[in-house]
Write a protein that binds this ligand. Structure first.
Ligand code: ADE
Length: 238
């Protein structure tokens, strides 16, 4: 089963964009994931190809018309794929949701512009609103690229052996431990001795300890959500 992304946007030229480069780009060429892009404007019905209108009740900005967006969406054969809309009021994206999406057949992704979509679209269709963070982008396109990048790197054969283990760390609800490489000494700073010891058990212990300490210091919210902290006494391994 190939992960298929169907993107609906007013700016089709923004895709694949960065996903046409590096690992995702190579994987796209190799058919390890698939992409189709629909220009929402193609579904406008008037001679000016209008996709938006002024907000009912007044106010700034423009609202995407539900009839035009629904026509574009209904023209996508999405099968069992979930339909997502990138919006700042959506449910915050997590690695857990990324894993679910990545393991499935793909996603149909609606990208908004302006003030967003006419609310009736969400009432009339089964659409999951997704946010990539508490800040406002000028449109959903970059958010869609972020979501897709996170899903694509988890597809079979896209990344080397490096990926799976690293992911486990985040799945455990901890930040990653710090990394080092040569030169051993730089500007008077050295690589921690334990990492040069060759003692793999000690190294694993040190990394776990640093992951715990760093998570508590930088992301107390993550640490709290992490739940029981059995035998995890921070700094114990240092
Ligand atoms: N569109 C605009 N801002 C967004 C955000 N933070 N997440 C997802 N889609 C968006």
């Amino acid at each position: 089963m190939t992960f298929r992304a169907s993107v609906l946007t007013l700016y089709p030229d923004m895709f694949p964009g960065p996903l046409g480069h590096s690992m995702a780009g190579r994987a796209l060429e190799e058919g390890k994931w698939a992409l189709d892009v629909t220009n929402i404007r193609d579904f406008a019905t008037d001679k000016h190809k209008t996709v938006d209108d002024t907000p009912a009740g007044g106010g700034a900005g423009m609202v995407l018309r539900c009839d035009v967006v629904a026509s574009a969406l209904d023209a996508v054969s999405y099968g069992t794929r979930p339909v997502l809309a990138m919006t700042p009021r959506g449910k915050p994206l997590t690695q857990a949701r990324v894993r679910e999406l990545a393991a499935g057949p793909g996603a149909v992704i609606l990208c908004g512009r302006f003030e967003g979509f006419d609310e009736r679209l969400f009432e009339a269709r089964n659409i999951e609103e997704v946010s990539i963070g508490d800040y406002i982008l000028s449109g959903g396109e970059m958010a869609a690229l972020v979501l897709l990048d996170a899903c694509i790197r988890l597809q079979d054969g896209v990344m080397g052996a490096a990926s799976s283990g690293e992911e486990e760390s985040f799945e455990e609800g901890l930040l990653e431990y710090p990394h080092y490489t040569r030169p051993v000494e730089w500007e008077g700073r050295t690589i921690p001795e334990v990492l040069r010891s060759g003692d793999h058990a000690k190294i694993a212990e040190w990394r776990k300890s640093r992951a715990i300490d760093d998570t508590r210091a930088r992301r107390p919210d993550l640490w709290e959500a992490h739940g029981e902290h059995p035998d995890q006494s921070p700094s114990a391994a240092r």
